[in-house]
Design a protein around this ligand. Structure first.
Ligand code: FES
Ligand SMILES: [Fe+2]
Length: 368
């Protein structure tokens, strides 16, 4: 595992991955009959809740003359275009009424559709399945919609928290930043967390999992204070497992006896050069002792701010250079990400199962 340095043209850089679920909004942003705009993978969306409270997502472009449907009105069943009053079923996008048609018109308005996307709520987010840029209605595509992603939880009672930040970068830089172990001592320096002097050699076991890879369960880094606190607070040795799964999800689980903390970070492409980071964590660790809320609500935003600032500064250089050097072993996860993405696109193209780029468990070594 010791290529000294390696430069590799990263195939499919910046390419967005279709036929996956992405979080569009927080659940609480959709209330009553309100129509809310969102953007995912450069597709403008209008979201709302139907009369039964179920969320829906339409392409925010009227098929008549492209007027944004989000200008409404919406009665709980149909979204009406504010330009010429065409009406569309909120759930299917099917056109229900064209006011300008006369009784003898030959136009079959039920054949006309606004783009529509599968839409579901989970873990406090409204998720949209991005079938394709047009949002062709189900039935015209042969895509099977998989279950919406869910944060793993391990007991019936737990607390949950959400954080978010905008990242001004392409999806690839956002994602490889997410699983980059070497920036910690430089970007996330703090006396209570780690300093440059706390750098030491790490060796971690990795293994392939479906559509991704796992840093196998291991004792958390001994040089990070929150993990020490966790051990003191629970009195149990803890283990951490970190998974990356296409297209954009990083899961981390910390288990200590019957206590657990489970988090998921997603980096979602909004536009070509803008992503949104969404972090959700659930835990049952010591509900009467606010150590985890402190870590999540005080340290979490601080960490995310540090990452956001570093991405903003990186964008200054990326205007002039879009190649990158991926240096083993610290950048091996980044390389795996690009290989997984290429393998996924190839499997979509050929219809064959994904050829996983990580053949077997292996150990990576780096200093951080
Ligand atoms: S543009 Fe929507 S009805 Fe004409
Ligand atoms: Fe970071």
């Amino acid at each position: 595992m010791n290529d000294a340095t390696a430069a590799k043209p990263t195939e499919h850089a910046g390419e967005m991955l279709w036929e996956f679920w992405y979080p569009a909004l927080r659940s609480g942003q959709l209330r009553g009959r309100k129509l809310v705009r969102a953007m995912l993978l450069d597709v403008p969306l209008v979201l709302g809740r139907d009369a039964a409270g179920q969320p829906f997502a339409l392409r925010d472009v009227c098929p008549h003359r492209a007027f944004p449907l989000s200008f409404g009105p919406f009665d709980g069943t149909v979204v009406e275009c504010a330009y010429h009053g065409w009406q569309f079923d909120a759930r299917t996008g099917q056109c229900r009424h064209i006011p300008s048609l006369t009784a003898d018109s030959k136009i079959k308005c039920e054949r006309i559709h606004a783009g529509s996307f599968p839409c579901e709520e989970r873990d406090g987010y409204v998720w949209v399945f991005m079938t394709n840029p047009e949002g062709r209605p189900a039935g015209e595509t042969d895509v099977a919609v998989p279950p919406v992603p869910e944060l793993p939880t391990f007991s019936p009672r737990y607390r949950i928290a959400h954080l978010a930040a905008d990242l001004p970068c392409s999806v690839d830089h956002g994602i490889i930043g997410l699983m980059d172990p070497a920036h910690g001592p430089f970007v996330h320096q703090a006396w209570w967390w780690r300093t440059r002097r706390s750098i030491r050699e790490k060796a971690k076991q990795f293994e392939p999992i479906p559509n991704g890879f796992r840093m196998s369960p291991h004792a958390p880094s001994a040089n990070s204070a929150p993990y020490k606190i966790l051990k003191l607070a629970t009195g149990e040795p803890s283990t951490t497992t970190i998974d990356f799964v296409l297209p954009n999800q990083r899961f981390e689980q910390i288990r200590a006896g019957r206590y657990w903390l489970s988090s998921r970070t997603t980096v979602t492409p909004v536009r070509r050069n803008l992503c949104r980071l969404d972090f959700v964590a659930a835990w049952n660790i010591l509900p009467w002792f606010p150590i985890v809320p402190f870590i999540i609500h005080v340290l979490g935003p601080r960490f995310i701010r540090q990452d956001t600032e570093v991405i903003e500064k990186q964008a200054l250089g990326l205007q002039y250079e879009d190649r990158m050097m991926l240096v083993d072993d610290a950048d091996r996860p980044a390389r795996w990400y690009f290989e997984l993405k290429a393998a996924h696109l190839e499997s979509r193209r050929t219809g064959q199962p994904l050829r996983h780029p990580i053949p077997a468990p292996l150990t990576l070594r780096w200093r951080s």
